[in-house]
Design a protein around this ligand. Structure first.
Ligand code: FNR
Length: 360
């Protein structure tokens, strides 16, 4: 059942603390390094206010949006988040049920703790797959083929996390990944490439980890080998956005991985307007990072996003009330968005533009 304390979507963040082991909660809440970027994502929304507008008829309003080739009944998607079993014993299967019930597009992570086929059976028709490049191309192709066969409609390749940056906050809390949280889809990945022979000058990062990281050539290879539209997640620089559009990428996700990759990266919201200006009005653009309310969704749409993804709120809601919690969280976000739209005089997402906001 849904606890009576839950009155808004963000209440799940507050209440989840009681439903999870403290180190797990810290791991999810935290970012990377010293946590500069994760809180900045949240603060960025406070730098904008929404103008109320008067006397407009919004009685035919709706929240429908077109995102690439898909049309969604509302602009709130579920971000790829690894290991939902951190928050609930049934993991992604619960989230998938909620996504289906709420007509919400779920983006299944490569690091899901359930198989992508099992998730696909429950997630409803709107499902995308998030891809991490695997160390060998055969393993990457295998994931692609499975996602295609399971009816995922788009591939979102995440490119901002070539190095796993630890969260000091999680380390200090003593977090360790529980045994049940294994990447259920990755049994066939090959070993990482052998470390180069020891040289006094060799760097663990450049000649080590980054040797296996994808480059532009790999992205082109991926697009050539995918029959599904390929999106890129993790874009923060306008020049990257422009180059990705030029490379034929279906759309981009403006994101800093919830502040969990490069600590010190800008808040996602801070770079969103410049990226929209650079890629033009028509290019498909998603946003994530710090969405905790429907008003946050409104602000992201006003600054150029076609729709948003929510990350942490999923796990919080999952831990509090399973599928019902995730569905309720989405319903609350959507209704908060509708309230904001109605009072701001916007009947549809297309009417939400920068003129609706005041820089605080
Ligand atoms: C993530 N994120 C993420 N992104 C991705 O592309 N693949 C993944 O497997 C994961 N895993 C993951 C785990 C956890 C615990 C978190 C919190 C986040 C990033 C995610 O997709 C999204 O970019 C952020 O979570 C958005 O920020 P908010 O909504 O959490 O503030």
């Amino acid at each position: 059942a849904i606890p009576s304390e839950i009155r808004c979507a963000q209440d799940y963040e507050v209440l989840a603390r009681r439903f999870m082991a403290a180190p797990t909660y810290e791991y999810i809440l935290g970012g990377s390094g010293r946590d500069q970027t994760a809180p900045a994502n949240l603060d960025a929304f406070g730098q904008w206010s929404v103008y109320p507008r008067l006397l407009r008829d919004v009685s035919a309003g709706n929240t429908r949006v077109a995102v690439g080739a898909d049309t969604f009944s509302h602009p709130i998607l579920l971000a790829p988040v690894a290991f939902h079993k951190l928050a609930h014993p049934a993991g992604e299967l619960e989230t998938a049920r909620a996504a289906h019930a709420m007509q919400t597009c779920m983006v299944t992570s490569t690091l899901a703790s359930c198989t992508l086929e099992d998730i696909a059976r429950l997630a409803g028709p709107q499902r995308w797959f998030q891809l991490y490049f695997q160390h060998d191309r055969v393993a990457t192709l295998e994931l692609l083929a499975r996602a295609e066969a399971a009816g995922y409609r788009a591939i979102v390749v995440t490119l901002d996390a070539s190095i796993q940056v630890a969260s000091l906050r999680a380390l200090r809390a003593g977090f360790q990944m529980p045994a049940e949280c294994v990447a259920a889809n990755l049994t066939s990945d090959g070993p990482p490439p052998a470390a180069p022979a020891f040289e006094p000058e060799a760097s663990r990062i450049f000649q080590g980890v980054m040797r296996a990281a994808p480059t532009w050539r790999d992205l082109e290879w991926l697009m050539a080998n995918s029959s599904l539209p390929v999106w890129v997640k993790g874009v923060l620089h306008p020049d990257d956005a422009l180059a990705l559009r030029a490379a034929g990428v279906a759309g981009i996700v403006v994101s800093n991985h919830g502040g969990r990759s490069l600590d010190g990266a800008p808040a996602s919201l801070a770079v969103l307007p410049a990226i929209r200006d650079t890629v033009g009005a028509q290019y498909p653009l998603l946003f994530d990072g710090g969405i905790r309310s429907g008003t946050d969704v409104f602000k992201a749409l006003a600054l150029g996003a076609n729709a948003v993804l929510v990350g942490r709120l999923q796990l919080y809601a999952l831990s509090v009330a399973g599928a019902l919690g995730v569905a309720h969280m989405i319903k609350l976000l959507r209704e908060e968005l509708e309230v904001c739209m109605a009072l701001a005089g916007c009947a549809t997402p297309a009417e939400i533009d920068r003129g609706a906001l005041l820089r605080a």
